[in-house]
Every structure is written in C-alpha cells, then in structure tokens.
Design a protein around this ligand. Sequence first.
Ligand SMILES: [Zn+2]
Length: 426
Amino acid sequence: MRKLSRRSFMHATAGSALALSGGMAHGAMGPNDKFDLVIKGGEVIDPSQQLRGKRDIGIRWGIVEAIEADIPAARTSRMIDASGKLVTPGLVDLHAHVFPYGSAIGIPADELVPHQCTTTVVSAGDAGANNIAALRRFIVAQTRTRIHAFIHIANMGLSAFPVPELYNIDFAQVDACAMAVAENPDFVLGVKVRMSENVIAKHGLEPLKRGILACERSGRPAKMMVHIGGVETPSLMSDILNLLRPGDVLTHAYSGAPNLAGAFTNIVQDGKILPAALEAKKRGVVFDVGHGGGSFDFRVCEAAIQQGCAPDVISSDIHVWSGNTPGMPFLPWVMSKFLTLGFTLEQVIAMATTAPMKSIDPASKAGTLKVGAPGDVAIMELVQGPVNFVDTRNNTRTGQAYLKPLQTVINGVPFGRPYQPPFSMR
Ligand SMILES: [Zn+2]
C-alpha cells in the first residue's frame, strides 16, 4: 500500500502550512487513486536530488506524486513512454524575450516550448514601467509557460527596438521602475539594464546606478540583470562589475562583441579575465550565458572558464532576431555547446533548472522533480554526434552529442498528446 506523501499529510493536518506552500494545494492520494499521467521508463536526471537513473514519474492533479523504479500501467489514466529518452525537470530560461505584441522582439513563450522544453521563462527587460501591466494582463495570464520578468529601467522596455532605449537617459525613471517592481512581487524579479555602448552611448555607469537605485527603492530584495558586450571603454567593464551586488545577474557574460570603435571591452581582455570579474564571481554575482544573436564567443567563454569564471546559469536570449541566426540560441542547443566545452550532462541540466530557479525564487518548488513539485517535465533525446556548433562570432566547435527536445509537460499537462480532459485546470 502506498503511504500518504508528507505533503498529503500536511494537507490533511495543517492548513497554515499549505497557505505557505505557494498555493499548490493538492488532494491526498489514496492507494486506489490513479495518477493522471505517468512518464514511464526514461532516464531521469534531476540535479536537485542528485538523481540519475531509470525512474517512472507519477503526476496527479498537477503535482509530482511519485518518482519510483516502476509504476504499473494500471495505476495511471494516461502514459508517456520515455524509454531511451532523458527525463529532466522542465527547463528554466533565465533570459528570454516573451512579450510578443508589446516588445518588438518577443516570441510567445508557448511557441518556444517544442524547441526548448521550457516550463519557466524570464522576460529579460521586454517591458518597462509603462507597459509591465500589459505583460502581466495580456501575456502572463494567457500563457501556459510560467513567466517571470525583469523590468527594464527604460520605461518603454524593448518596445522601441532596434532604436536604442537609453541614448536618451531620461527614459530611465527610477521611481516609476521602483513602483513597478514593488507592485508586481509575484512575478517580477528585479530590473534589467543594457550597458553596451550601442544602447547607452556615453552615459557611463548612470543607467546601472539608476537600476540599482530602483531595486533599492522598491523595498524588495530585487536583483539587477545587467547586459554587457561592447561597453564604451575597457575600464567601464570593470566599473560595471564592481557595482554588481551578490545575486545580481551578469548576462551575456561571454560576449565577444566590440564597442562602437571596434575595441573589445568584455570580461576577457587581451586573453586575460578581468580581476573585477573574478571578484564579482567570488561575492556571488551570477554569471549567465544569454547566448542570443550577438553575445556568445567560444574564445571568451573558454578563457573565462579556464581562469575561474565558469557560468552559473545557461540561458538562451531567444527572440525574433536571435532565433534566426546560425548560433541557434534555443536553450537545449546552447546547453549542448556547454557539453562540448567539457561540462557533464548533470552540470548543464543543473545550469538550466536548479541554478536559474535559485535566481528566480529560492523557495520555489519548480525546477525539480521532487515529490510535491509542480508537474513540470522535459523529455529530450541525447543524440550522439559528431555535431557542429557556431557561436555569434563565427567560431565553430565540434561536439560529440546534442540535446534534442521531444516533449514537455507543464503542471502535469503535456503539450500535445496525451490530452487531458478537461484540458487544463490551471
Ligand atoms: Zn536579451
């Protein structure tokens, strides 16, 4: 007989504990109740519980209820056969552009799912104070994928793209941004700023200073996400790094893009990692890949890794421009590049599940397949190579394998078959 899970027990005995669990209430599952969905026979890799092995995952009422060596077919209403496939927590993309119709570069998050296996994505500054409510009401509320956001310090976000949002610094309105951070604690993580010269011209540190001030004035533990790549001067790069606080996210960390004069002003200069980058790494600044269409250079990345600045998080920076480039910055493809750079499968999966969830919400139950977590699952195939990868500077590397997305389940409900009647509760 199957015992009540600890969460079920809590449900039965402690209403107050449930209220704290983020609203993921679920009913106690009795020994004769069926799972809604079992994902059967896959090789499960879940870095959150150091698990790698053949397991069946049983989901009921949107929640992972069991992860066991064998769940009999008779115990489930619907099944996905995952034999020979990898089964991981739904992937988490810390840097994406998912505000279609509002920002000029957004893609609908649900359209990314077949290409990314993403169940949680972060809108990286698509909206500013003036249009964050549209992101919230018209996109987040209509989308199956979980969406969080960094609010842009520029009050129109990326709606004016490709026109640079901060050539005119007046668009960076600290109080409006702070208010937007304060008023949307359920999905807004902090403030985005793009610090490259082709975005902020000669404004130096001022856009970043305004972003940090907005975080502080919000009264929340809000984080910065700071886009770098081709900043105005070599020393400005160190100055930016020195302002970042523990938990702030440095995105496009391995950009090799030049500034407007053609100078290379990134975290690796003349083959050497900047001391300021090493110090930032030491005090807990999060190094995020943010591959995109112009922001990932194998040579910068390899030098940074060798000299102590490996990534904490792998993210895509997928948008309507980058998605058309040969670097193909879809999350599993970017993860595959890091397999080629020497990271293990467990490491790259951790950098796209547990690591970004730590930035999003350390208390969240997403990003894991532990019993009690939301039923967010990625099913992928590890296709053996050889396979050719290109970065955004035309450097190529040959790898031995790549991750191919196959199917995604969100809150226990698959994208595609088998369908659940009714389709979805959440
Ligand atoms: Zn971006």
